[in-house]
Ligand binder design. Structure first.
Ligand code: CA
Length: 232
């Protein structure tokens, strides 16, 4: 087993879940710290060397959304939210406030590890000055210089908006992006929350890249939250 140096902070008041997460992470060689209150977690972030936060939204002292807001005032550390499955609206708000991703309870150790790997990969990418000119996901290859998307070496003819959307998905591969983030990125900040225009754009894009647009293999819908370009 390879030794990792990252400490992962688990802010979760449910001891069973907290123990399950610690155990799964330690099996993978990560070191963990635990806090069972929002305040305890925030203090630990200041005093300990933490490189990723797993955050429950329902905490006894104050709301997890408030924790995200406070962390983002001074830190860009990756935050993965752990939330109840029916809290779609909360998930979207958490992501819009600066969380990097979310996991819905109950989740498996495999899902947890996949999300953590994606989050760490994005940190490395953000910190390296290497400018990628191409990027692949499955059969898709995006050429950022030529501004062309290929599928199985065939050019996919995209409209300018479809191209912008595809770039946004590629830049966040493996991560969920909320409807609001996409709307503001592509149509500007004042566009509001009209997701119909986004659904139409997405449907067109899926027809071009998915074998079966009704069962997408690349762009996955996160119901009530947004979309995720699948990362193999
Ligand atoms: Ca809780």
């Amino acid at each position: 087993m390879n030794e990792r140096t990252e400490y992962i902070l688990i802010i979760e008041d449910d001891h069973q879940i907290s123990r399950f997460i610690s155990y799964a992470l330690e099996l993978e060689g990560y070191k963990t710290k635990n806090a069972n209150t929002a305040q305890g977690g925030l203090s630990m972030l200041v005093t300990e060397k933490i490189s990723l936060v797993l955050l429950d939204l329902g905490l006894p002292d104050f709301d997890g959304l408030e924790v995200i807001k406070r962390i983002r005032e001074w830190s860009e550390i990756p935050i993965i939210v752990i939330s109840a499955r029916d809290a779609d609206k909360e998930k979207a708000i958490a992501l819009d406030q600066g969380a990097d991703d979310f996991l819905s309870k109950p989740f498996s150790a495999v899902e947890l590890m996949a999300r953590i790997r994606v989050a760490f990969r994005h940190v490395i990418r953000k910190n390296s000055f290497e400018m990628r000119t191409t990027q692949t996901v499955g059969e898709l290859l995006m050429d950022f210089d030529k501004r062309i998307l290929f599928k199985s070496s065939q050019e996919v003819h995209l409209t300018p908006l479809e191209y912008q959307l595809m770039v946004l998905l590629f830049k966040n591969v493996g991560k969920v992006i909320t409807n609001r983030m996409i709307l503001s990125e592509i149509w500007g900040h004042n566009y509001g929350t009209d997701t119909q225009v986004l659904r139409t754009l997405m449907a067109g894009l899926r027809r071009k890249i998915e074998e079966n647009p009704a069962k997408p293999q690349y762009i996955i819908t996160e119901i009530g939250v947004g979309y995720r370009l699948k990362d193999e």
